[in-house]
Design a protein around this ligand. Structure first.
Ligand code: GUN
Length: 298
């Protein structure tokens, strides 16, 4: 079997074109565009790179973006003061506090300070709580799991006989940002979900039973190609830089899956990079547009 490649770059581009068209209409009709504020605490190079990528995509779709960089020594009060100012700023429809933040800051309190209507990352405790319950829709879904669900719905169109509902799903990892919300979204979509973590026994046999496998551990190629069930759909969230002296740049990006061998067995798979990564940004833009539309009641 040769796997269908779930091309996140192309799908994200399509979503961004739709977002851009809606923004152009909003600008024409209401004289304003959505705005996204990104807050970084400390100078983590990975966070700076992710936020820059988000701001570049904002510019491409005609969305305003505002960058606020606080030093690693910033206090809880300074961060929450900045969040309060962004809550009050009518140009800002979405606020994202790039995680992780330094240990001395209470992350939950900071996320709780974000106005619920501007919580486009979906990490406010109320939005997280709503996600855990049946029939209590969060205002926004966290961007990465939302992007994975979008890719799974694409797979439903592309892979004959594949349906999320009724399938067996394995989520590898239980982080607040990806694994946990991903498992919840799959349950809401009527999949039967197993969450695999560092204490799980016999991971190969669990992966071997799964129709859907979500890799969100950040452990390069830990999940071997031969473990996958034939015809499964494989979504790899992990993107880890691995030294490789034979590569032009001296490194390559790897996901949790042993990609080449997995691609020989599964029905569909996301590439790394170019799979989930671009989808995350597209969903964040979509959430920010939704926030702006809600604020002007369109
Ligand atoms: N850190 C890693 N992924 C994310 C994300 O989706 N949102 C935020 N705010 N921080 C992150």
């Amino acid at each position: 079997m040769t796997a269908i490649i779930l091309d996140g770059r192309a799908i994200a581009k399509r979503i961004q074109q739709e977002v851009a068209a809606d923004i152009a209409r909003m600008k024409n009709k209401y004289g304003r565009v959505p705005g996204l504020a990104a807050v970084i605490v400390g100078a983590d190079p990975a966070s700076q790179m992710y936020v820059q990528m988000k701001r570049n995509r904002c510019a491409e779709v005609g969305m305003e973006s505002f960058l606020h960089e606080l030093p690693a020594s910033a206090t809880q009060g300074e961060l929450e003061g900045l969040i309060a100012a962004l809550n009050a700023d009518p140009r800002v429809d979405g606020i994202l506090v790039q995680l992780p933040i330094p240990d001395h800051i209470d992350e939950e309190a900071a996320l709780k300070a974000i106005d619920l209507s501007k919580d486009v990352d979906g990490f406010h405790p109320i939005n997280v709580g709503r996600l855990t319950m049946k029939g209590r829709d969060p205002l926004y879904l966290p961007a990465t799991p939302y992007g994975c669900m979008y890719l799974l719905h694409e797979a439903e169109k592309l892979v004959e006989g594949f349906q999320i509902e009724g399938s067996r799903a394995v989520v590898l990892g239980r982080s607040n940002i990806v694994g946990m919300p991903m498992a919840l979204l799959l349950i809401h979509a009527n999949a039967t979900v197993t969450v695999v973590h560092s204490r799980t026994k016999d991971i190969p046999s669990l992966v071997g039973e799964a129709d859907i496998v979500i890799g969100a551990m950040g452990r390069p190629e830990m999940i071997k190609g031969e473990w996958f069930k034939e015809g499964a759909v494989a979504i790899d969230v992990a993107t880890v830089k691995v030294d490789d002296p034979t590569a032009k740049k001296g490194y390559v990006w790897k996901g949790d899956f042993e990609y080449d061998k997995a691609a020989e067995r599964v029905a569909a798979i996301t590439p790394v990079p170019g799979g989930v990564g671009p989808m995350t940004i597209a969903m964040l833009l979509k959430n920010t547009l939704t926030s702006a539309q809600r604020s002007i009641n369109v």
